[in-house]
Design a protein around this ligand. Sequence first.
Ligand code: IPE
Ligand code: MG
Length: 231
Amino acid sequence: MDGNGRWAEKKGKIRVFGHQAGVKSVRRCVSYASQNGIKALTLFAFSSENWKRPQSEVSTLMELFFTVLSREVKKLHKNNICLRIIGDLSAFSARLQEKIHQAELLTKDNTGLVLNIAANYGGRWQIAHAAQQLCQQVQQGTLTVADINEQNLDKQLKDLPLSDVDLMIRTGGEQRISNFLLWQLAYAELYFTDTLWPDFDEASFAKALASFGNRERRFGHTSAQVQAKQG
Ligand code: IPE
Ligand code: MG
């Protein structure tokens, strides 16, 4: 979700105004995903590098995160959405951590859209964290060194309700991954748009999905193989 700051600056407003508008866009996209049969939506809200921003912007973002969680969680629950926050939550205030915990607890058995919010998240952090957990199992004797392979690392990462990503959308014009879901993006289709996040609406989402629908996903196979399989 990139481009909130620029969206606000273009309107002669302060950056925070853009983040507030970004929340509206989140609401719109969550509801679109939920109503259109998307199984999981992961939103990159705050990266582990975003702490480098001016202190005032960081604290506003934290405050916004807290109020949005408080305000929206009942509605998410009503819509059968399962909310998960992924990232290193230990850096957040106790108050925010508690709010996150309550929200996850309330919605954990919901069977609709899985909504992952990546907060203080970094793809490298997540892989390192999973590796650490596997090493602990080796230390405890429940796993051998040879078991530290792709399959087990993948399984460890999937302890979080995250699986391979089909489509990654980045708004705001930059064409990079910025330490998002590095492991899970291995075979994702990438979609970049100049649209700034607060302007990303249902039509923009539909356009991204249409582009995804036109891709041929070969996963290493040849085009002929894929077509033969599709019959
Ligand atoms: C994305 O918008 C939102 C967050 C990272 C919280 P930006 O804040 O990165 O907006 P730009 O890129 O400065 O326009
Ligand atoms: Mg940005």
